[in-house]
Design a protein around this ligand. Structure first.
Ligand code: NAD
Length: 354
C-alpha cells in the first residue's frame, strides 16, 4: 500500500509514527480532518500482525471520528492513535512515552480511551500531556462514556420507532441485544423501564450470567441472535456484523445499536434497505460518548447538559431519515452527506480573515 496515496484519497491530513524501544512503544497517530476543531479520538492498543494492518486501521478509525463528531454538531475533528501491543505488554512507561508524543502535537490531537486501553492507562498518559479527555469524574473528567452512549441509543431507537410504527413508544417491543457489555447493560435498563422485551446474546459466560440475573432472556448460542424474531436488532458487541451472511437471517424492522462500523461494506446499507429494514447509522446513534467528552473539553463537565445534547441524537436521526427519503439514498449515505456538508460549510466560513 502507498500510504500517501491512501491518505490523499480519503482526505487525511497527517500520520505520525513514534517509537521508544526502552518503553516498548510503537505507535501511530492519525489526524484525518481538523476543519471543525482538534482531532479527537481514542488510543487503541492492539497487537496487529503487520504495520500495514495497523496503519490502515488507525487511518480508517480517524476518518470515522471526523464523521461522528461532524454529524453530532461538535467542534471537533477526527483522529485516532494506535499502539501495537497486547494487554500484557502495557506498562506505565509505555503509556507515559505515548503521552509525551501526544504532547508534541500541541493539541492538534486529543486522546482518550479505546479498545485495549483503560482509565488507568489514561491516567499515565495524563502525567505527560494535558491533551487527554475521558478521565474519571474524580479527576475533573467526564467519566465513563458508555452511560451517555446508551442514553443516545435509547433516544435514537425511539426516533426510529416513530418513523416505522408511528409511535415512539417501545413498550411491548422486542429488542435483540448482541453483547451485554458496558453500553448494552445501561441500554437494557432504559428499555426494561419502558417495558420492552429483551433477548440477549453474549460470548462471555459472566456477561450472560449478569443478563440472567437481571431477569432477561438469554441465548445459549450467540449466533442465534441473528435469527430472532424481534422488532429491533441492537448490535452492541463488534463491527462488521451486518454482512451477506447475517442480513438474510435478520427478522427485525430496525437495526439500532452501539457497535462501531456495523456494516461490513458500504453496500450493505442498500441490502438492509431493500429488505425493508431501517438502519440507524452507527456513528449517528452511538455519538453519546463523544458528545460527553466534548463537554469536558469545553471546560467544566455538566452531566445534565451532556444528557440534553445526547438527547438531540433523536433529532439528528430524524434529519438523516428525512434526507434519505427525499434524496432516495440509504440512511448511511444520508449520514455521510450530513457530516460532509457541515464540514464544507464550516470550511467556507473559515476563509474569512480575522
Ligand atoms: P464492552 O467491551 O463493554 O462490551 C462488548 C460485549 O460484547 C462484551 O461483553 C463481549 O463479550 C461481547 N461480545 C463480543 N463479541 C460478541 C459476539 N460475537 N456475540 C455476543 N457478544 C459478544 O464494550 P462497550 O463499551 O459496551 O461497547 C460496545 C460496542 O459499542 C463496541 O463496539 C464499542 O466500540 C462501541 N461503542 C462504545 C462506546 C462507549 O461509550 N462505550 C461508544 C461508541 C461505540
Amino acid at each position: 500500500m502507498n500510504v500517501t496515496d491512501y491518505m490523499e484519497a480519503h482526505g487525511h491530513e497527517q500520520l505520525s509514527v513514534y517509537t521508544d524501544p526502552e518503553a516498548g512503544l510503537r505507535a501511530f497517530i492519525a489526524i484525518h480532518d481538523t476543519t471543525l476543531g482538534p482531532a479527537v479520538g481514542g488510543v487503541r492498543i492492539w497487537p496487529h500482525r503487520t504495520e500495514q494492518e495497523a496503519i490502515v486501521d488507525v487511518l480508517r478509525l480517524a476518518r470515522g471520528m471526523t464523521y461522528k463528531s461532524a454529524a453530532a454538531g461538535l467542534n471537533m475533528g477526527g483522529g485516532k492513535a494506535l499502539i501495537i501491543a497486547s494487554a500484557q505488554d502495557k506498562s506505565e512507561a509505555m503509556m507515559r512515552a505515548f503521552g509525551r508524543f501526544v504532547d508534541t502535537l500541541g493539541g492538534r490531537y486529543v486522546t482518550t480511551e479505546d479498545v485495549g486501553a483503560t482509565l488507568r492507562d489514561l491516567e499515565h498518559v495524563a502525567q505527560e500531556t494535558e491533551y487527554v479527555v475521558g478521565l474519571p469524574v474524580s479527576q475533573g473528567g467526564s467519566g465513563d462514556p458508555s452511560i451517555m452512549t446508551a442514553f443516545g441509543i435509547y433516544r435514537g431507537m425511539k426516533a426510529c420507532a416513530l418513523d416505522v410504527w408511528g409511535s415512539e413508544s417501545l413498550e411491548g417491543r422486542t429488542v435483540a441485544l448482541q453483547g451485554f457489555g458496558k453500553v448494552a447493560t445501561r441500554l437494557a435498563g432504559h428499555l426494561t423501564n419502558e417495558r420492552a422485551r429483551l433477548v440477549v446474546s453474549e460470548i462471555d459466560p459472566a456477561g450472560l450470567e449478569r443478563a440472567r440475573q437481571a431477569n432477561l432472556e438469554t441465548l445459549d448460542d450467540p449466533s442465534a441472535i441473528y435469527d430472532q424474531e424481534c422488532d429491533i436488532f441492537a448490535p452492541c458487541a463488534l463491527g462488521g456484523i451486518l454482512n451477506d451472511d447475517t442480513i438474510p437471517r435478520l427478522r427485525c424492522r430496525i437495526v439500532a445499536g452501539a457497535a462501531n462500523n456495523q456494516l461490513l461494506e458500504d453496500r450493505h446499507s442498500s441490502t438492509l434497505q431493500s429488505k425493508g429494514i431501517l438502519y440507524a447509522p452507527d456513528y449517528i446513534i452511538n455519538a453519546g460518548g463523544v458528545i460527553n467528552i466534548s463537554l469536558e473539553m469545553e471546560g467544566e463537565y455538566d452531566e445534565t447538559l451532556a444528557a440534553e445534547r445526547t438527547g438531540r441524537i433523536y433529532d439528528t436521526l430524524q434529519q438523516v431519515m428525512d434526507t434519505a427519503r427525499s434524496r432516495d439514498i440509504t440512511t448511511a449515505q444520508a449520514a455521510d452527506r450530513l457530516a460532509e456538508e457541515r464540514i464544507e460549510a464550516v470550511r467556507r466560513v473559515k476563509r474569512i480573515y480575522l
